[in-house]
Ligand binder design. Structure first.
Ligand code: KIV
Ligand code: ZN
Length: 386
């Protein structure tokens, strides 16, 4: 039987921390509604104490969405937890996400504290948040670089204090997939009360490994993944929701499933990119402009014979309108013939050869030959190439 993986979306909190990507409350509500339709399990709606705008967004999103858990971030501080509890009061199901640094770097240089003191504060914060009547998720910030024995001790202590979920963030994107997975497995094997909580993975993409680390975490026992649409987030970003969701779709053999409706992915990617004014790189997996575009002759020919030759997913599966064949100087006769047929013109044999030679002259000068160029070529009108 498949194991269910909870999708915790933090587009509106970690994603929105990106400079220049700030959203108004109305915009966040629109995205939250779409996230609900997409099927996420948890929406991290903001960091309520950080600004009146974030507070209001958590309030309004709590009133708006019905199915997903609404989550508010806090530090391990009384005032943060009080404000988050206030912001979440309308949530059908609310979660306080509290935490503190777990690595020696953070303990010494950020908190100017000791392991004993942060442990005490972590336990206090979880108990205090739990006393507010919400689900509690604890994050052990910078867990990717924390001493593993200490991380296990912290995990056991916060579960003992009532944490429902324990988040093991690779805050700095430092970990390698096999080692991050080993961390999760160590916790699964060594924390006595681990069966009382869900382990969550939250990875950053500083070395381009966020998705790989997330999957490795799941393979080793994590059952919640923290992700953002388009992988937006601090610095090089967070794990991208669409990549993780499609990995579990494509690799059914892994026997993991999520509640994500993949057909909604592309539309939401466009919405988030537009609202945050954050373009998606063309070669981004799943949602980039080139993710289903075939441009070399060999690939185009193979794709036209049978899409599965060069596609592991059908674009329609993720809501992308169609695959595309981009005509360039690397394209072959098969792709050109196919495009001409779509334009209503059939070319065969020598006629196709001659047309192809003329096409190459244009393609050598232009990066991409468009339909309008082909129409001009067919009409023997010179194509403006500069
Ligand atoms: O990256 C991180 O450690 C975080 C925590 C606040 C969960 O975003
Ligand atoms: Zn983060």
């Amino acid at each position: 039987m498949n194991q269910r993986i909870q999708i915790f979306d933090t587009t509106l909190r970690d994603g929105e921390q990106v400079p220049g990507c700030q959203l108004k409350t109305e915009e966040k509500i629109v995205i939250a509604r779409e996230l609900e339709l997409l099927g996420v399990d948890v929406i991290e709606a903001g960091f309520p104490i950080s600004s009146p705008g974030d507070f209001l967004s958590v309030v309004e999103i709590s009133k708006t969405v019905k199915e997903p858990i609404v989550c508010g971030l806090t530090r391990a501080k009384k005032e943060d937890i009080d404000v988050a509890a206030e912001a979440l009061r309308y949530a059908r199901r609310g979660r306080i996400h509290t935490g503190i640094g777990s690595s020696d770097v953070h303990i010494k240089h950020k908190f100017k504290s000791t392991r004993e003191q942060v442990l005490e504060q972590a336990v206090w914060a979880v108990k205090y948040a739990k006393g507010k009547g919400f689900e509690v998720e604890f994050y052990a910030e910078d867990a990717g670089r924390a001493d593993l024995e200490f991380l296990a001790q912290m995990t056991e202590a916060v579960i003992g204090a009532g944490a429902d979920v324990v988040n093991i963030p690779d805050t700095t994107g430092y970990c390698l997939p096999h080692l991050y997975g080993k961390r999760i497995k160590f916790l699964v094997d060594n924390v006595k009360n681990i069966d009382k909580a869900v382990l969550s993975v939250h990875c950053h993409n500083d070395l381009g490994l966020a998705t790989a680390n997330t999957v490795s975490g799941v393979l080793n026992g994590a059952r919640q993944v923290e992700v953002t649409i388009n992988g937006i987030g601090e610095r090089a970003g967070n794990t991208s929701l669409e990549e993780v969701a499609m990995i579990f779709q494509v690799h059914k053999d892994l026997c993991f499933e999520t509640n994500i409706k993949p057909q909604k992915i592309y539309g939401l990617s466009k919405l988030v990119s537009g609202m945050m004014r954050m373009p998606v790189q063309a070669n981004k997996a799943i949602v980039g402009a080139n993710a289903f575009a075939h441009s070399s002759g060999i690939h185009q020919d193979g794709f036209l014979k049978h899409a599965e030759n060069y596609e592991i997913m059908n674009p329609a599966q993720v809501g992308v309108p169609s695959s595309s064949i981009v005509l360039t100087a690397r394209s072959g006769r098969a792709a050109l013939k196919h495009r001409l047929e779509l334009l209503g013109h059939r070319f065969e044999g020598e006629e196709l050869n001659v047309f192809y030679e003329n096409f190459l002259l244009v393609a050598d000068e232009k990066k991409e030959v468009k339909d309008e160029d082909l129409m001009l070529l067919m009409a023997n009108i010179p194509v403006l190439t500069k």
